[in-house]
Design a binder for this molecule. Structure first.
Ligand code: FE2
Ligand code: FE2
Length: 420
């Protein structure tokens, strides 16, 4: 503990050396002083004087004797490096200004409490939000550094919910549940649907991961949420692949039109537009698809994997809607940008088939449950009802973002036939 009298503060290191943590006591005692303030140092370590001289030079302090004579130089000639002298109460450290200068240009990386700042400075780099940032150091090359371009007030809550709801694919699904009751052709339909789901899930994993890599870490909760979202998609890829191969494979087909549709998502450079096309329109539509698959699942494993994915997707959609609504709320002209992104995507995909025909047929057969003509009719109607539920859901979400009903209906109709 440093002690003080009228002239200078004191610190006693006892037998602690500066090569074993003694500098912590010195720093602590000097921290209470202004530059020019003096600290008397006592201690019994044999090399105290030698080490103290070197330490002071490195830190910009001045080591003097009690009589004020400079001791630094004397230490170097060995005369004062004598262990016998180190124990003497003759060491005074005069605090330098180097430490103060080091933090002179420092600033806080925003405030730690409350919502993040409207703009994140590239010079804050990877510093924790609210940390005191020493000047210098490399700036971060993040592209998204404005709150309105990435934020939603619900992001912290959604991240907490995502962290709490993470499930283990090994135990959340009973992989030993029998498939014997599933007719071979229905199983082929399930495999085709799983094959289709996997390629869509892979796109849904890559997009948040890409947005994340360009996000300023000041928007920590969004960064965490996107990471959780990518991890969710990794699990979806796993369980759909595993269900697809459960009866021994092989997997089904991947259509050029489906992949073209996903490519337009991957190529969207804007954070909000990518989030809108993927999460509001694509994953929003997938929520209905997964619910349909869960309801018509011919076996417990299919029911489980679609239920688990559906739960995660609801969060992804919630963030996409909340964020897009947040930006459109602060900049109503942004609705025009979103509208053009849907039109652009529609035009780019006009000459493609959109949904893989084998996937559509597999959905009908799954809902039919058999090849009886009457069952096929029911399956067909169920898929048509699914498509209108998807359309209603999209229109509802577009309205939440701020689109008038007629425009919402128009944009929903332009959404890709591939669902995602
Ligand atoms: Fe997913
Ligand atoms: Fe998702």
């Amino acid at each position: 503990m440093p002690t003080a009298d009228a002239d200078f503060a004191r610190v006693d290191l006892a037998d602690l050396g500066l090569d074993e943590g003694g500098h912590l006591l010195l720093d602590r005692a000097l921290g209470a002083l202004e530059p020019g303030g003096r600290l008397a140092v006592t201690g019994r370590h044999p090399a105290l004087r030698l080490h103290l001289g070197a330490w002071c030079r490195e830190r910009g302090h001045r080591l003097t004797g009690v009589d004020g004579a400079a001791a630094d130089g004397a230490a170097a000639d060995g005369a004062l490096a004598d262990g016998a002298l180190a124990g003497a109460a003759g060491l005074l450290v005069e605090k330098g200004a180097l430490g103060e200068r080091r933090w002179a240009g420092a600033e806080r990386a925003g405030t730690a409490a409350g919502p993040p700042d409207a703009r994140a400075d590239a010079r804050w780099g990877l510093a924790a939000r609210g940390a005191l940032v020493e000047a210098g150091g490399p700036p971060i090359g993040a592209h998204w550094s404005e709150r309105d371009h990435v934020w939603a007030d619900v992001a912290p809550k959604l991240y907490a919910a995502a962290a709490a709801a993470a499930w283990d694919p090994a135990t959340a699904v009973d992989w030993t549940a029998p498939l014997d009751a599933v007719p071979a052709e229905i199983e082929r339909a399930v495999i085709q649907i799983m094959t289709y789901l996997v390629e869509n899930e892979q796109a849904a994993l890559i997009i948040p991961a890409r947005l994340l890599s360009q996000l300023h870490p000041h928007y920590r909760e969004v960064m965490q949420l996107l990471a959780a979202q990518a991890a969710d998609e990794a699990r979806h890829v796993e369980v759909f692949t595993r269900r697809g191969l459960l009866s021994g494979g092989p997997l089904g087909t991947s259509s050029a039109g489906g992949r073209a549709s996903l490519a337009t998502l991957l190529n969207e450079p804007d954070f909000t537009t990518a989030s809108f096309l993927l999460s509001v329109l694509g994953e929003g539509t997938f929520v209905d698809l997964l619910r349909f698959l869960h309801e018509h699942a011919p076996d417990p494993v299919t029911a489980d994997v679609t239920r688990l994915a559906l739960r995660d997707e609801a969060r992804h959609v919630a963030f996409g809607v909340a964020h897009t609504a947040h930006l459109a709320g602060s900049d109503p002209a942004y609705l025009g940008t979103l509208r053009r992104s849907v039109e652009r995507r529609h035009a780019a995909l006009q000459d493609t088939a959109g949904l893989n025909a084998e996937v559509f047929d597999a959905l009908v057969l799954l809902a039919a449950g058999s090849w009886e003509p009457a069952a096929i009719r029911r399956g067909w109607q169920a898929v048509r009802e699914l498509q209108s539920r998807m359309d209603e859901g999209r229109r509802r979400r577009l309205a939440v973002i701020g689109f008038p009903d007629d425009e919402a209906a128009e944009l929903s109709a332009l959404h890709t036939r591939n669902f995602m």
